[in-house]
Design a protein around this ligand. Sequence first.
Ligand SMILES: C=CC1=C(C)c2cc3[nH]c(cc4nc(cc5[nH]c(cc1n2)c(C)c5CCC(=O)O)C(CCC(=O)O)=C4C)c(C)c3C=C
Ligand SMILES: [Fe+2]
Length: 428
Amino acid sequence: MTDSTTASTPDIEISRRRLLGTVGAAGAVGLALGATGGALVHSAATDPSPGAPGAAGSLSSLGATAVAFEGDHQAGITTPLQAKGHVLAFDLAPGAGRTEAAALMRRWSDTARRLMAGQTAPTEDSGIALDAGPSSLTVTFGFGHSFFERTGLTARRPAALDPLPDFSSDRLDAQRSNGDLWVQIGANDGLVAFHALRALQKDAGEAARVRWQMNGFNRSPGATASPMTARNLMGQIDGTGNPKPADPDFDKRIFVPAAGPGPAGHAWMGGGSYAVVRRIRMLLDDWDKQSQAQQEQVIGRKKSDGAPLSGGGETTPLALDKLGPDGKPVIPSNAHARISAPAQNGGAAMLRRPFSFHDGIAPDGTPDAGLLFICWQADPLRGFVPVQRKLDRGDALSAFIRHESSGLYAVPPGPRAGEYVGQRLLEG
Ligand SMILES: C=CC1=C(C)c2cc3[nH]c(cc4nc(cc5[nH]c(cc1n2)c(C)c5CCC(=O)O)C(CCC(=O)O)=C4C)c(C)c3C=C
Ligand SMILES: [Fe+2]
């Protein structure tokens, strides 16, 4: 379908005719606008494309929902949390450089564009996702610090991609950290997510090898009667304080400005974002030994509904100055929500969009489970870094978590029609 008429927002572009067609034919069923203010999506059930698995009308709204691959920003940043995720890093193969990287990004973008629209993979489709529709599949690509040496593009590497500082509580495994290329896959169907993973791994061919892979999950959409903020594996409501797309400064905080400061050679990142990825193990056996009251003191919020200990409901602002009858702050001085609050960090903010993980039982008998912490910001030095520095010094939660791996990736803007992700860097 060719359609040049688009309904445009700062975050997303979607074909107006497709949008109206979807609403007209199926009500708002196939449309989802994120609880955290996500990407506009459309129903593939009413918009079957050539090669689409699943005939029109045979899909539920969950299966039929598609997220746009093209737009100002890549999908998978403001898209509502999906039920399944795969996060992986690749290293370019020995001898592979800019030419091979460009060809790979072209192949990957071609595959992602098709799969996100609910079509089959361009070559030798495995059939894993037949019948399921796009199921809100998103594929997001990023470049690590080492990518620029490998491709001879260090002059175009933004300073924002400089390695993160060391933090005293880090227990990082180098083998599961960093990497030349980063891929985030999310979908509301496990087979759809795995199908994309397999297709992208095959596309890598001889050009790149998987460095590490992590698999995660979230609550399934529709499991609660109305959308709720997700819970993590400690049982806390997690995501309340996230910046909202309706906030006036949201774009400024999360996305690199189109014509921002800095050398013109870095303009390829305009509309992009930086992802910090951390595998954070939760020491769940120790956590579960704490009473609920103790757990709430660690975070500074109630476990039941996420409300601040200073009162109100989930979205009531924290009253950080409120004192209890004992003269002490009601939200303890080392509570995680206090220390991470933008007001305590010169306004530093990030968009947290994590997956939980569970990789079985560790040799010591404890669950190898926790949070695949992924946060998005226009500049890590005004997002993750100052907040983590502060958490590192005195967060009550530190006793119950362990940062085991780390990555920082430059995530280019969304591709235009016919473009591949990163083309403005690799061919600019
Ligand atoms: C450096 C950034 C952060 C890391 C690492 C981090 C780890 C982490 N957090 C939780 C659970 C919660 N975090 C909450 C709030 C919150 N956390 C961060 C940053 C990091 N968290 C921020 C910026 C905020 C928001 C603060 C605010 O705006 O007021 C909360 C409270 C609810 C919420 O706002 O989301 C919980 C719960 C875990 C379990 C964890 C590591 C495993
Ligand atoms: Fe947090």
